[in-house]
Design a protein around this ligand. Structure first.
Ligand SMILES: Nc1ncnc2c1ncn2[C@@H]1O[C@H](COP(=O)(O)OP(=O)(O)O)[C@@H](O)[C@H]1O
Ligand SMILES: [Mg+2]
Length: 261
């Protein structure tokens, strides 16, 4: 590990978001380090998606700052940099995996083009290279090579989600945001997708922030987790510690599945 890995990749300080007078998330602070997977859990309406959107430039917070350490070591405040700089980050250094694959894919262009497009966006121009890299990524996410020219609208839900993951990872991002990545899938498909995501995150040394209402997903994927309730982070710590020995009564309820999440 280089010395740089001691520095957070993302540093969130005092982030709040209000929708009118209704709080979406309140005074949230945390850091994510290179290669670390953080899960954000909590019941529906607790503010997970609001927080994820605030820290990934999709929704400007009402107050607070989000700093990101770029590849060159500079730190940038996400909401102070230019729109162009933010777009470059989104295209290169970051991935965003939506719960609904249709939100993260182009449904009417081929699977190969869905992956290749992200490469072209970072300057790759050689058709043969793009196709070869796309084919390699489809294989990595277990999409048969004879499906490369098919459109994702012809794919199953699990396959679409795997394609969305390939599209996000092809640019070698350092940080990937995921909002309920297995949320819309059948249980049997979920398990396989989780295995795949876990393998890729480990192999690539990715940092990831995964929003989920499913504690099993947090257990399998994350090193650390934060529990949200009514917009606030009420408990955080190493995943095994939080799940095996929850301190807050609310977390104890969540873990014992008494709460409907
Ligand atoms: N666009 C919006 N306008 C108004 N209120 C919103 C909006 N999005 C979310 N909220 C409210 O913010 C709170 C947190 O919602 P959300 O971040 O979607 O939670 P979660 O992802 O944990 O289900 C809820 O009270 C929700 O009703
Ligand atoms: Mg949500």
């Amino acid at each position: 590990m280089s010395v740089d890995n001691d520095q957070p990749l993302l540093k969130v300080s005092g982030v709040s978001k209000f929708y009118g007078r209704r709080p979406g998330c309140l005074d949230v602070s945390f850091s994510v380090y290179p290669g670390e997977v953080l899960a954000i859990v909590g019941e529906s309406g607790s503010g997970k998606t609001t927080l994820l959107n605030c820290i990934s430039t999709r929704l400007a917070p009402t107050t607070g700052t989000v700093e990101y350490r770029m590849r060159d070591g500079r730190r940038g405040d996400l909401y102070r940099m230019s729109e162009a700089e933010r777009r470059v980050l989104m295209r290169t250094d970051w991935g965003f995996v939506h719960q609904n694959p249709a939100d993260g894919l182009r449904m009417t262009v081929s699977a190969g083009a869905n992956v290749g497009e992200r490469l072209m966006a970072i300057g790759e121009r050689h058709y043969g290279n793009i196709r070869e890299t796309a084919a390699g990524w489809l294989e990595r996410v277990e999409i048969p090579d004879d499906r490369i020219d098919d459109q994702p609208r012809a794919f199953s839900g699990g396959m679409r989600q795997r394609l969305q993951i390939a599209r996000n990872l092809v640019t070698s991002p350092r940080l990937v945001f995921m909002d309920e990545p297995t949320g819309g899938l059948d249980v049997s498909v979920q398990a396989r997708l989780l295995d795949l995501v876990r393998g890729l995150v480990n192999d690539l040394g990715l940092a990831a922030i995964v929003v989920t209402h499913d504690l099993a997903v947090a257990r399998l994927l994350s090193h650390r987790m934060m529990v949200m309730k009514e917009g606030r982070v009420i408990e955080q710590g190493l995943t095994d510690r939080v799940l095996d020995d929850p301190r807050e009564p609310y977390t104890q309820l969540l873990v014992s599945s008494i709460l409907q999440v």
